[in-house]
Design a protein around this ligand. Structure first.
Ligand code: NAG
Ligand code: NAG
Ligand code: NAG
Ligand code: NAG
Length: 332
């Protein structure tokens, strides 16, 4: 990847570390504030509370069916239009699946004070303290559902965006630690957050081995996104750093005016699109830390599916080029 991206990433890390003092205690650290909502195909969402079997029985959870758990990122929530679209896409295209969204917005979203001193308010705190709390809570939730005999670990698929990807990794590690090496079936990282994770300030980030299969989609490498080649299969979209039609959005998308936000969100967009339509990727040769050719093999001798229906046997680094603006029914 171009050196300037690494520089920007280092700059962002320095920026957030220098704000450590003003960062503290802006967000909730209370695990009770982490909520699990089941979205049935028909009817309203219902909250399922960890260890409370009344809430499970009262929900329309499909016992023994695959369960997708969607985890948002920093300053985000379940109201995020692209994550809502992902949830709707699952409900529209996969009939016998449980779709759960984790709402940890009280822990992910500090009050934003728009001054130059608070470019990344609470980011350090969220990375160093909150990721563990949310990861642990999701692990507790999954282990409880397994104890209730409604879910097999192998049937769980956690999809996390940005810091949510590292939360998913933490959940996978906790489940293994608490359950004698049991692994969650699949973890998907959607542009896993870069600043403070690479290089890791605390030794924790989504990695291969956190679940039986770890796939990662990269859309803003070195800026808001992090390193590539961290999963079993890594997919680099449109060169991996800046996404089409994001030039303006990348400056103004978030209230904090953070560069890269539009490209960072593009991972959610493309993943959701793969629920409706197949997108193929070509494998890339990796030599040392570099992709041999940024656009890899254009003839694509052995293409693999990206996203929702990726083969759990896919291994290595893949590239998908020419994705313009994936069509999402009913959204944006
Ligand atoms: C869903 O919630 C709305 C508003 O609270 C309510 O009017 C409606 O009856 C609910 N639908 C079902 C199926 O429970
Ligand atoms: C749920 O129950 C388990 C097992 O009794 C316990 O270890 C855990 O702390 C409980 N968690 C919550 C959030 O109640
Ligand atoms: C379980 O949840 C129900 C519904 O929210 C609540 O009424 C009940 O008190 C809870 N039970 C426990 C043991 O917390
Ligand atoms: C049962 O689910 C309904 C929505 O389907 C919700 O309004 C109600 O509060 C739930 N009751 C309990 C005890 O969780």
């Amino acid at each position: 990847m171009p050196p300037r991206n690494h520089l920007l990433s280092k700059f962002l890390v320095l920026l957030s570390i220098s704000h450590q003092m003003v960062d503290s205690f802006l967000v909730s650290a209370n695990p009770e504030d982490i909520k699990f909502f089941l979205f049935p195909r028909a009817g309203n969402k219902t909250e399922i509370v960890c260890n409370n079997s009344t809430t499970l029985k009262n929900s329309s959870y499909l016992w023994g069916h695959p369960t997708v758990i969607i985890v948002h990122g920093y300053t985000d929530s379940n109201d995020d239009p692209l994550l809502t679209a992902m949830k709707d896409a699952y409900l529209a295209t996969r009939p016998y699946i449980n779709v759960i969204m984790v709402d940890w917005s009280k822990l992910s979203t500090p009050p934003i004070i728009p001054t130059p001193l608070t470019t990344l308010p609470g980011y350090v705190e969220v990375v160093l303290k909150i990721v563990d709390i949310v990861g642990e809570r999701i692990a507790c939730f999954i282990i409880w559902l397994n104890n209730e005999m409604v879910l097999e670990f192998n049937d769980v698929h956690i999809i996390g965006h940005s810091i949510g990807a590292h939360v998913a990794g933490e959940t996978g590690k906790r489940v293994q630690y608490l359950m004698d090496g049991e692994k969650i079936g699949r973890l998907t990282g959607l542009d896993p957050a870069g600043p403070l994770f690479f290089p890791s300030a605390h030794g924790k980030s989504l990695a291969r081995g956190d679940g039986h299969f770890v796939d990662v989609i990269h859309t803003n490498i070195g800026i808001l996104g992090g390193k590539w080649a961290i999963g079993d299969a890594d997919f680099i979209v449109n060169g991996g750093t800046f996404q089409p039609k994001c030039e303006i959005g990348d400056v103004i998308f978030l209230p904090i005016g953070f560069p890269g936000a539009c490209s960072h969100m593009f991972a959610n967009r493309i993943y959701t699109a793969t629920l409706y339509k197949n997108f193929m990727a070509c494998s890339c040769q990796v030599i040392g830390n570099l992709l041999k050719d940024r656009y890899c093999d254009p003839r694509c001798n052995n293409p693999v599916l990206v996203g929702a229906d990726v083969s759990p046997w896919a291994r290595g680094v893949f590239h998908i080029a020419g994705v313009q603006n994936p069509p999402l029914p009913q959204v944006l």
